[in-house]
Design a protein around this ligand. Sequence first.
Ligand code: AMP
Length: 560
Amino acid sequence: MTFQEMGLYPSIMKSISDLNYKTPTLIQSKVIPLVLNTDKDVIALSQTGTGKTAAYGLPLLQGIDIELHTPQVLILSPTRELCMQISEDLIDYAKYISNIKIIPVYGGASIEQQIKSIKSGVHIIVATPGRLIDLMKRKVVKLSSISTLILDEADEMLNMGFSESINTILDTLPNNRKNLLFSATMPNEIINIARKYMNNPVEITVGNKNSASANVKHIYYTVNHKDKYLALKRLLDYYIDIYGIIFCRTKLDTQHLADELTKDGFNAEPLHGDLSQAQRDVVMKKFRNGSVNLLVATDIAARGIDVDDLTHIIHYSLPDENDAYNHRSGRTGRAGKRGLSIAITNPKEIFKIRQIEKRLGIEISSEKVPTGDMVCENKLLNFVNKIENIEDNNNDIIPYLTALYGKLSYLSKDEIIKRLLSSEFNQILKYYENAIDLNENIDSYNPKSSMVNKSKNKSVNGENSDFVTLYINLGKSDGFYAAELISRLNMANKRLKFRIGEIDIYKSYTLFGIDKDNYNKIINSLNKLYFEDKKLVVKVDNTPTLDKSISKARSKRSRR
Ligand code: AMP
């Protein structure tokens, strides 16, 4: 369906055309008709980069009554950055709607100014939960006229500890409102919100996590722990024109790594919670305008960063939570572009990579760290390519050439090329002259045995016999992933307390563990359901324990 066929107003169609949006993204084609034509609540499993802002933004603009000078739509977002981004997008979409007022309210900025804007009349409020609560306490903002609520990046809001604030806000809103919830993952807390505050919501899933992920290639490099920094530098030299975020786990690591990179001549800035809002704004400005090409950030500081065109995400430390890996990687591969998500691991961390693969249903492939020679060759080739592509139309240089030709006449063409390249590359050639191969002499470690132990612990807290392995007739080729399974299990068994064990997703089917007290009820609940147009078939797998499925998964991987 085209935007036109969806029934969007001409004023909105005009701004879409200005933005050069030619066809709706997947999430837009699913959400826009639902919001325009029904009163249904919606839960959409999708990330930034999928076009979700327009998915809810375009139809909600259509529902605004400009004559009413009261807030009609409330959008909650986890961070100041995302809040600003959403407002800017909405303002773009509403370019041809006269007199519409969209106001972002977020912490770290003057509350007086925000109060003044709200008092002058507003149709759409885009808010971070903390600041909105503040405004509610001051009785500045009235939410009794809100007819549509949007929770954007709902899982991030919960991760950031906004659960209580969200409950307070939602309890204040009128009951007959429409609710749209967007989230990259579907943890139990989200299911609880849906249960408590939403009315029989329609669930929409775009691929696994999002179509952005489909544009991201995931790779990892394994080096000894002591060589991590060397490997990082080598990769930064190897991936020419890199524009990306390097993730560390702590503020201290972030600052330290950014300092080291700067000392070594890279164009890097840190972004972490110890910086003041003003300092963070300066860093983000430099990063957005490209004067800094590497941002070294903690997960929390990077939340809500909404920069298109990032080429790489580098996990200098792997995150503690698998979902954080997903959020990090989702910062690249946006708006139809390709991105690369790179993890630098030590041998002990390979099991974590396997866990992330399983949990997120993605493949993270192992690559060898480039040797010094490869880095130099890549740089030289790139330079030569750039020379080849320079348009030969700069006549300003001609007057100087005669003198230059005379001066260099005793040199052959080969000699001139050699000298030119040397002058450009001497430093890097020297640096990599005796560079060691970082793939050699990796500390011995048996990742497989670690993986099995971890899997057992994770699945059953050390008691595998507590779980029964179930078979479901959906696999990767159906676009079925762990997050889907978990969300369906939870939605279909809202009142049942059950435990989920290991999940192994194969091409055409999936094996997963359910505690033995509940597996019959789970089978019954799932066998009634459909996934897309396929009826689910769920039964006890003829493998009695999860051990076999784990070993199947292992042998399958080792054959790759
Ligand atoms: P979002 O997921 O809302 O953060 O959007 C990601 C990026 O995709 C933004 O830069 C949008 O401007 C862009 N975008 C959204 N919808 C479309 C579309 N239908 N066609 C092209 N670009 C789009």
